[in-house]
Design a protein around this ligand. Structure first.
Ligand SMILES: [Zn+2]
Length: 301
């Protein structure tokens, strides 16, 4: 019997025009890492796949979502100082120079403010999909509108239009500034980290109907192929975008059939360890060592 815990991180605190986006500070992450090093035994994902050896301490796998630049600039080097291998999940749209959905919303809200961005969103929906302007009758957050209300393809179209009109002209280096490049991804892999699939554009996967082969293929099969082409090896981990309980497939076989051996979520569904639904504790910016120690759960394998 051995125990394993998983944790998940996203953003580093920013000091540019997008400073409103909340992220861990480097110092805070270093403190988290010190706590993990004192209390856990770090494992790589391949050790999880091939079987863990007995360990007195709980094993810990550390993961990072969304393919962000700070992952190679700050997080990976800190892990490497201690010989730790992390899992970095990448939305494949960034490989063709397009930002993923949550970054368009977050960065635009950070720069324009939530209300002003909502006005831009409303104008775009009204002009491009007027038959969906009924969604604007009741004020909801931009996030809810794009995650849950607009059909997946329409949400993507509107977000891309808004990115091209309101973010890219002001920040021509947006992609380079915010995301990992192809070379970054290859370099991180060469440094011993594992790269995982994080869908193509980061929609709520559970909204995709099983009979919608086109969307399934676009968000689950295509990104796997793209990352495999880039890295020249099999990529068999899928990290759910968002990844709360209501955001994942009720039938995990869909991902198994697509060739995935490991699937990460961000909730604890039960205490038994199922490789096709592995919950990770998502660290909040407000996390202290005490709250980490209170909140991180463990699986017994
Ligand atoms: Zn994500």
């Amino acid at each position: 019997m051995t125990k394993v815990s998983l944790v998940c991180y996203h953003y580093l605190a920013r000091h540019d025009e997008f400073a409103k986006i909340r992220g861990h500070s480097k110092l805070q992450f270093q403190e988290h890492l010190d706590y993990y090093r004192k209390n856990f035994h770090f494992v790589s994902v391949s050790e999880l796949l091939t079987g863990l050896t007995e360990s007195q301490r709980t094993n810990l796998l550390i993961t990072f979502d969304d393919g962000l630049k700070e992952h190679i600039q700050t997080f990976a080097p800190l892990l490497e100082q201690h010989g730790i291998s992390g899992v970095f999940s990448v939305p494949s749209c960034i490989l063709r120079g397009e930002p993923a959905n949550p970054q368009i919303t977050r960065f635009a809200e950070s720069y324009y403010g939530e209300d002003e961005f909502y006005n831009l969103v409303s104008a775009e929906i009204t002009s491009v999909f007027p038959d969906h302007s009924f969604l604007l009758e009741e004020k909801i957050s931009n996030k809810t509108l794009f995650k849950w209300k607009l059909p997946i393809q329409m949400a993507r179209q509107i977000l891309l239009n808004l990115y091209n009109k309101y973010l890219l002209p002001k920040f021509p280096d947006f992609m380079q500034r915010i995301y990992l490049s192809e070379n970054d991804i290859k370099q991180m892999r060469a440094s011993g980290h594992v790269i995982a699939v994080h869908s193509d554009t980061h929609p709520v996967i559970s909204r995709i109907k099983k009979e919608d082969q086109e969307l399934l293929s676009q968000q689950i099969i295509f990104p796997k192929r793209e990352l495999e082409k880039l890295l020249g090896e099999e990529v068999n981990i899928f990290t759910y975008p968002h990844g709360q309980k209501e955001e994942i497939f009720s039938d995990p076989a869909v991902l198994q059939d697509a060739g995935y051996k490991f699937v990460f979520t961000t909730f604890q569904d039960n205490t038994s360890f199922n490789p096709l639904s592995v919950g990770r504790y998502q660290s909040f910016v407000a996390d202290t060592i005490q709250s980490l120690s209170d909140n991180i759960w463990t699986y017994t394998i």
